[in-house]
Design a protein around this ligand. Structure first.
Ligand SMILES: N[C@H](CCC[C@H](N)C(=O)O)C(=O)O
Length: 287
């Protein structure tokens, strides 16, 4: 910022501020902070403040990158309510794109709350991530008690799967007519999910295509949810409705999900939108 608007007091606040990137994957948007070179302390209150769409920057998830010994980078995901998540598929793709471009590699290993994830350059601006095998034991999702994960004892008999974070997947006749703001909070806080859950609504189009809308844990509908798309593909296949390889049509665009022997692969686009700097004045107020 030096030289630009020289002499204005605001410059100091930006020169010593905290740089960030804004990216999205299918309209699921992220603020990315790089703590690899300089420590970036993050708290729930800070995440909430930065995430505010009017008083902060705004995001669906905040992403903090850190160095680690056994992967190209370590990633932590924060929701707008200040909670953290073990997985975020779209943000994982966005970070993968950054590190692929930064290193010139075509394959990466990323560390998330779920463990080590493999990434591969898919060409045409697309990135593929192996999101790992779905968690299909009730303790791992986690659920409150042992139940049939393909037909949960909830009206509408949704299915459950974990992808490093919990998911509750409904199959419905008409996904467009649903009021997510009404339904989402009911199931996010359902007693069967002790750590709350992300909630996906699917409409099957054919055995390789479905439409999905999502209410994310953290209290908001988003335009896309990568881990939710993976969980949805798993549940729909386990219910016998689809093949293992599907196109999922989200509000923000399409994801390809392929449940292979080595895990659930997710392929889709990413977009770097802008870089910015959080002012020290703002940071001082939210600490
Ligand atoms: N948008 C993310 C999911 C964020 C996860 C979060 N809402 C939670 O599990 O608490 C995705 O692409 O997978």
């Amino acid at each position: 910022m030096k030289g630009y608007m020289a002499g204005m007091k605001i410059l100091d606040s930006l020169d010593n501020g905290l740089p960030f990137l804004k990216m999205h994957g299918l309209g699921n948007d992220f603020v990315i902070l790089d703590a690899r070179k300089a420590d970036v302390p993050m708290t729930a209150a800070m995440a909430q403040a930065i995430g505010h769409r009017y008083f902060g920057v705004g995001f669906d998830q905040l992403v903090v990158l850190a160095d680690c010994d056994d992967a190209d980078v370590d990633i932590t995901f924060w929701n707008t309510d200040g909670s953290t998540a073990g997985a975020c598929g779209n943000a994982t793709r966005c970070v993968a794109r950054l590190i692929l471009d930064e290193t010139g590699k075509t394959d990466l290993t990323l560390r998330t709350g779920r463990g080590l994830l493999s990434v591969t350059e898919a060409g045409g601006g697309l990135v593929s991530v192996n999101m790992g095998q779905p968690q299909l034991d009730w303790q791992d999702v986690p659920l409150a008690r042992e139940v049939d994960l393909v037909e949960l004892p909830i009206e509408g008999a949704p299915g459950a799967a974990g992808m490093g974070n919990p998911h509750c997947v409904f199959v419905v006749e008409d996904v467009e007519s649903l009021d997510l703001h009404k339904l989402g909070p009911i199931y996010e806080h359902h007693e069967l999910y002790p750590e709350r859950t992300n909630v996906e609504f699917l409409q099957i189009i054919d055995r390789n295509t479905m439409r999905m809308r999502v209410w994310e844990r953290g209290g908001l509908p988003t335009l896309a949810c990568g881990s939710g798309a993976c969980a949805s593909a798993v549940v729909a296949h386990r219910k016998g409705l689809t093949e293992r390889n599907v196109t999922i049509k989200l509000d923000g665009g399409d994801l390809q999900i392929d449940w292979r022997d080595d895990g659930v692969w997710m392929t889709g686009p990413t977009q770097l939108v802008f870089s910015g700097v959080l002012s020290t004045d703002f940071l001082d107020k939210i600490k």
